[in-house]
Write a protein that binds this ligand. Structure first.
Ligand code: ADP
Ligand code: MG
Length: 396
C-alpha cells in the first residue's frame, strides 16, 4: 500500500486535532485497568501533536457497553484519562462526561496549546456503531484536523473511523505514528518478506480465521500448526482427537486447506494431553489422543521441530497460542515458541489478541521485531481486505 499522510504532514501549530486512538484496555471486574499497553502505544502521537503546538481531543471506545448507565459505569473513560495524565506527566488532561454535546464543545473551545481533552466512551452513543453522519459532524466540529492512531479498530467502519474523517478536508486527515508503524511492518511483510517465511498458526478455531489461513497458505514457505485447531485438522485426516476441542462442521474446510498447503503444512507430532481441560487435571505427553482425553498443548517433540524451523527462518509470522496458555500446565508450547522467536535472527511479527497478550505476559514483547496492536485488524490486513478507515486518509 502507498504511504499515507501522517500527523507529521499536518500543520498543527495553534490547532485542535481530534485523535481516534485505541484505549480499549483490559479491565478487571471492578473496572481497574489491568494492562495500559494500549494507552502507552498512543503516547508518541499525542506527544508529537502537543509538541507541535496543538491541543488534542482524544476519543476511543472502551469495552462493550450495553446502553445501561448503571452497568456501563466501568466503561467510563475517566480512569483511562487518569492513567493518560500519569503517563504524559505534565500536560493538562481533562475528561468530558459526554461523547458529544454542549459540555464537549465548551471544553474543546477552551483548550490551550499543549492541553488534552478525553471524550467519553464513543460506544456510549449509538451513532458510533451506526456510522451516523450527524454524530460524526458533531465530533468533527470540535477540531481543525483528524488523526487515526487506532490500528486495532481500522477494520471497522464505525463513525469515528470513517464518517468523522470524511467531515475534514483531505489535507487535514492523517494517520498517527502507531498506525504508520503497523502499516510499514505489515506492508513490507506482505510485499517482500525475507525468506523462508515461516508462519506459526494456533488459537482456538480455524473458522475464526479462514481468510487469514488461506492467505497464509498462498504466501508462506512453511505453516506450523498448533493450538486447538490442530484437532480439527487431525479429525479431518481421520486421526485420534479424544475429547479435544474440534469443529466438527469444518472438516471439509480443513481438508481443503490441507490439500492446498500440501507439504508446506506441518501438524504437531505429539501433544500435552489432560484428563480434563483444566489446570488441576492429570496430564501426559502422547502421540495419539485416547478417548475422553483432551489435547491441551503441543508436545516436546513438536516444540523441538518448530524451534528448528524458527531458528532457520528469514521471517516468522505468529498468530494464535499453541495451547491453553492461560493455564500454566498448558503454557509450555506457547512460551517455547515465543522464546524461539525472541532468540531467532529472523524478523519476528506477532499478531492477534491472545497471542500478543501471551508475548507480553512472558516479558518477550521487546525482543520481537513487531507485536501488532491489532487482533481482528491484523488478521484482516494480512488477508488483504480493504479498510475504509485507511482509504479515507490520502496518500502522502
Ligand atoms: P488470537 O487472539 O491470538 O488470534 P485465538 O483467539 O484464535 O488467538 O485463540 C486464543 C485461545 O485459544 C486462547 O485463549 C487459548 O486458551 C485457546 N487455545 C489454544 N489451544 C487450545 C487447546 N488446545 N485447547 C483449548 N483452548 C486452546
Ligand atoms: Mg482471540
Amino acid at each position: 500500500m502507498a504511504r499515507k499522510r501522517t500527523i507529521r504532514d499536518l500543520a498543527l501549530d495553534g490547532k485542535r486535532i481530534l485523535l481516534r486512538v485505541d484505549f480499549n484496555v483490559p479491565l478487571d471486574a471492578l473496572g481497574a485497568i489491568t494492562d495500559d499497553g494500549r494507552i502507552r502505544a498512543a503516547l508518541p502521537t499525542i506527544r508529537h501533536c502537543l509538541a507541535q503546538g496543538a491541543s488534542a481531543i482524544v476519543m476511543s471506545h472502551l469495552g462493550r457497553p450495553k446502553g445501561d448507565p448503571a452497568k456501563d459505569a466501568p466503561f467510563c473513560m475517566r480512569r483511562v484519562a487518569d492513567r493518560l495524565r500519569e503517563l504524559l506527566a505534565g500536560p493538562a488532561v481533562e475528561v468530558c462526561d459526554e461523547v458529544i454535546g454542549p459540555t464537549c464543545e465548551r471544553m474543546a473551545r477552551s483548550l490551550k496549546p499543549g492541553q488534552v481533552l478525553v471524550l467519553e466512551n464513543l460506544r456510549f452513543h449509538p451513532g458510533e456503531k451506526k456510522g451516523d453522519p450527524a454524530f460524526a459532524r458533531a465530533l468533527a466540529s470540535l477540531a481543525d484536523a483528524y488523526g487515526n492512531d487506532a490500528f486495532g479498530t481500522c477494520h471497522r467502519s464505525d463513525a469515528s473511523m470513517v464518517a468523522v474523517p470524511k467531515e475534514f478536508p483531505p489535507e487535514s486527515r492523517a494517520i498517527g505514528l502507531l498506525v504508520e508503524r503497523e502499516l510499514e511492518v505489515l506492508d513490507s511483510l506482505l510485499a517482500s518478506p525475507r525468506r523462508p517465511l515461516v508462519a506459526v498458526l494456533g488459537g482456538a478455531k480455524v473458522s475464526d480465521k479462514i481468510g487469514f489461513v488461506q492467505a497464509l497458505v498462498a504466501r508462506v514457505d512453511r505453516l506450523l500448526i498448533g493450538g486447538a485447531m490442530t484437532y480439527t485438522f487431525r479429525l479431518a485426516r481421520g486421526e485420534s482427537v479424544g475429547s479435544s476441542l474440534v469443529e466438527g462442521n469444518k472438516l471439509e474446510l480443513a481438508r481443503n486447506i490441507l490439500a492446498q498447503a500440501g507439504d508446506k503444512l506441518t501438524l504437531p507430532v505429539d501433544h500435552q494431553i489432560a484428563e480434563r481441560p483444566d489446570s488441576t487435571a492429570a496430564t501426559k505427553v502422547a502421540t495419539e489422543i485416547p478417548p475422553s482425553w483432551f489435547g491441551m498443548d503441543i508436545g516436546p517433540a513438536t516444540i523441538a521441530a518448530y524451534q528448528k524451523e524458527i531458528a532457520a527462518a528469514g521471517t516468522v509470522l505468529w498468530n494464535g497460542p499453541m495451547g491453553k496458555f492461560e493455564d500454566e500446565p498448558f503454557a509450555q508450547g506457547t512460551r517455547a515458541i515465543a522464546l524461539a522467536m525472541a532468540a531467532s535472527p529472523a524478523a519476528t511479527i506477532v499478531g492477534g489478541g491472545e497471542s500478543a497478550e501471551a508475548v507480553h505476559q512472558f516479558g518477550l514483547a521487546d525482543r520481537m521485531t513487531h507485536v501488532s496492536t491489532g487482533g481482528g485488524a491484523f488478521l484482516e490486513y494480512v488477508e488483504g481486505k480493504p479498510f475504509a478507515a485507511l482509504a479515507i486518509i490520502p496518500d502522502a
